[in-house]
Write a protein that binds this ligand. Structure first.
Ligand SMILES: [Zn+2]
Length: 115
């Protein structure tokens, strides 16, 4: 399991990379209590107002990085997101994309992955 997010708040100066990394550590610690491991967190720290980058979703660079680094079979993988840009990024990278509602129930995703 890999997490890929846009963290434009860093580019806007709302929080730092260190704080984002700390949040990821916090998430990993909590998930590990349930036996869940996040292999890696990738994020775009840029904000669109500070210039164009190629890592911000809906661009797929971060997905492609993960696919290459972990030797992932994209066609057999799923990218779950709550925004249209997530779905677009998934499709660009050749991954099956599943859209959920913000803060949606992930149990509904399991059914889609089986079909
Ligand atoms: Zn970026």
């Amino acid at each position: 399991m890999i997490v890929i997010s846009n963290q434009a708040g860093i580019g806007k100066g709302l929080y730092t990379k260190q704080e984002a990394d700390y949040l990821h550590l916090h998430i990993s610690r909590n998930l590990s209590l349930n036996g869940i491991t996040i292999a890696e967190y990738y994020y775009c720290p840029h904000h669109p107002t500070t210039g164009k980058c190629i890592c911000r979703k809906p661009d797929s660079l971060l997905l492609e990085k993960a696919i290459a680094r972990f030797n992932i079979d994209a066609s057999r993988s799923f990218f779950i997101g709550d925004a249209e840009r997530d779905i677009e990024a998934g499709h660009k990278a050749g991954v099956n994309a599943i859209k959920i509602e913000p803060n949606g129930d992930l149990r509904s995703v399991e059914l889609k992955m089986k079909n």
